[in-house]
Design a protein around this ligand. Structure first.
Ligand code: ADP
Length: 296
């Protein structure tokens, strides 16, 4: 059995005069938390809408579970593109019962109980929807996507508008679902948050994929070295060609990428009797990686 959950090849989409997707390709493997990342307007929602059969691409293909675009695939995918319109005066169980009927589930009550347990809403199952916090509303929405116990969960901006506690809840919920063996595809513009959960990402900009890979590889791409010294001009002179990119230069601190390690830099400066107050290294965050690509 193949471990490929989704294969996307050269998807292209135009909305009249807006070229929303310019030929994107990627592959999602079983068990990944796969982030489709990029700023607003980069084409994330368009991509998800095509993959869920809501929009038709102008060109390109995709295949779920190796079965192409077969309708039967949808039963294996739980999706949340927008927060569903739950009834404010109904409780969680009654709201999910309506969804369960639409999905024609054979054992709705046990499916509802399972889904509520997964999103941590069992204790509030009988409270009216309108009494829920935004975070709880979002968790109920995820419960509705989980009702048919899908193998894959597709989420669009799941932490939008949530307070820090709500964000933490969604984060641990997604990590738990991965633990259970589900594959999760998430579109988001919040790179710092996605850095905490994704295993693999594509970074999009203006309808193109500008970066793709394992999250670890992307954020360790290039270390940023920080040097604090009252003799910065000498430091810069000594490092000369070893500074690949000067990221910032202020208040006696320079931040840069280099072809030398921090140890080699330290040695080189010490040999010239130039001593620094601090030398330290930070891995590049996803956000920095994104910015360095668009500024390149
Ligand atoms: P994201 O989800 O990354 O914010 P979208 O997929 O929503 O990006 O949008 C990609 C581009 O397509 C944007 O320029 C957006 O304005 C445009 N777009 C999205 N939907 C439509 C539409 N229905 N009609 C015209 N343009 C659209």
């Amino acid at each position: 059995m193949s471990d490929t959950i989704l294969e996307v090849t050269d998807l292209d989409k135009k909305y009249k005069d807006v070229h929303a997707l310019g030929g994107i390709s990627f592959r999602v493997q079983k068990g990944q938390i796969f982030g489709i990342l990029g700023p607003n307007g980069s084409g994330k929602t368009t991509t998800l809408a095509i993959l869920l059969g809501i929009l038709k691409p102008n060109q390109g293909t995709f295949s779920w579970f190796g079965n192409g675009t077969d309708d039967a695939n949808r039963k294996r995918i739980g999706a949340l593109l927008e927060t569903p319109n739950f009834y404010p005066y109904l409780n969680a169980i009654d709201n999910l019962m309506i969804v369960a009927k639409i999905k024609d589930l054979t054992e709705p009550m046990s499916a509802i109980n399972d889904a509520l347990a997964k999103v941590g809403l069992t204790e509030r199952a009988k409270s009216k929807f309108k009494s829920y916090s935004l975070g709880m509303k979002q968790r109920l929405a995820i419960a509705s996507a989980l009702l048919s116990n899908p193998e894959v969960l597709v989420l669009d901006e799941p932490t939008n508008g949530l307070d820090p506690m709500g964000i933490v809840d969604i984060r641990s919920l997604i990590l738990n679902l991965k633990q259970e063996g589900k594959t999760i595809v998430i579109a988001s513009h919040i790179l710092d948050e996605m850095e905490k959960i994704c295993t693999d990402v594509i970074i999009m900009q203006k309808g193109k994929v500008i970066r793709t890979g394992k999250l670890d590889e992307i954020i360790q791409d290039k270390e940023h070295i920080f040097i604090r010294s009252s003799e910065l001009s000498k430091v810069k002179e000594l490092l000369g060609t070893h500074v690949l990119r000067l990221v910032s230069d202020k208040n006696n601190v320079i931040e840069f990428t280099s072809d030398l390690s921090s140890l080699e830099i330290n040695k080189k400066l010490a040999q010239a009797s130039v001593y620094c107050e601090e030398i330290y290294v930070k891995n590049q965050s996803l956000e920095q990686s994104f910015l360095s690509h668009i500024n390149a």
